[in-house]
Design a protein around this ligand. Structure first.
Ligand code: ZN
Length: 255
């Protein structure tokens, strides 16, 4: 556990965050994430290297394109900073270990799903489906173990599928998408069934609070769909970092 390793993780996180931005912007358009090179999304001019430095370029350009002056979303530096914080935090929680590698990959998927669901209300299969497979494969060698992972996939996917189906039969419209179902199955694959349940409880709770807050302030109604995947991503990060102590604390009341 050294300062050098911590700073290296954070800097590496900034670079990865920069790539996650490309995924967040291009995956919903079903465009390639490797070609063409980064360009201004407004005037299409390719960016030079000094316009591509994580966070610093956005600050130096004051959030505007150098040529067409179109504003550049603050989401770009925020995603980069979040990824850097997650990488540094992951190192503190897991140390340099195979589990760190798996959990950072999982966190990257969550960051991309968080942002895409927030902006477009979709959760691309190209992330959730490989995520389920990779999470399950990793669990043969690492926590939570293959059996807990399998129960997490079946339980997480099954519960949300049941809720989505029931909601559709009762209300005659979609409340939850199949994207949410696959995303919770992916979370179950990586974290195992107990932390998957914790994620679902956390996401439902925070989602309800935000929903009630929006209704109370007149900025939304019962019909306005909240991006549930965004709340699932937050819940999964809380569960991955603090889930074990939270469960131990909770179970202490019910011995
Ligand atoms: Zn431009």
């Amino acid at each position: 556990m050294t300062t050098f390793a911590l700073v290296s993780c954070a800097l590496f996180g900034l670079l990865i965050g920069s790539f996650l931005n490309v995924c967040i912007y291009r995956l919903p358009q079903e465009a390639s994430v490797t070609w063409p090179a980064s360009h201004c999304t407004s005037c299409r001019r390719p960016l030079s290297w000094f316009e591509n430095v994580p966070v610093l370029s956005w600050l130096a350009l004051r959030g505007r394109c150098r040529t067409c002056h179109a504003s550049i979303s603050a989401m770009y530096p925020l995603v980069e900073l979040t990824t850097a914080a997650v990488f540094a935090g992951g190192y503190l929680v897991y140390g340099l270990s195979p589990l760190l590698l798996v959990r950072l990959g999982f966190a990257c998927a969550l960051i991309v799903l968080f942002a895409i669901d927030l902006r477009h209300r979709i959760l691309p299969n190209v992330i959730t489906l490989p995520g389920i497979v990779l999470g399950f494969l990793a669990s043969w060698f690492l926590p939570p173990g293959w059996f807990s992972s399998l129960l997490g996939i079946l339980g997480g996917g099954g519960v949300l599928y049941g809720i989505a189906e029931a909601y559709y039969r009762i209300r005659g419209q979609d409340g939850l998408g199949m994207g949410d179902v696959k995303m919770l199955a992916m979370i179950g694959a990586f974290l195992g069934w107990p932390l998957m349940v914790l994620t679902l409880v956390f996401a439902s709770f925070t989602g309800s609070i935000v929903g009630i807050g929006l209704m109370a302030s007149g900025r939304g109604d019962m019909q306005a769909a909240l991006p549930f995947g965004t709340f699932l991503a937050l819940g999964a990060i809380v569960a991955a970092v603090a889930g074990e102590p939270i469960l131990a604390w909770y179970l202490a009341f019910y011995p």
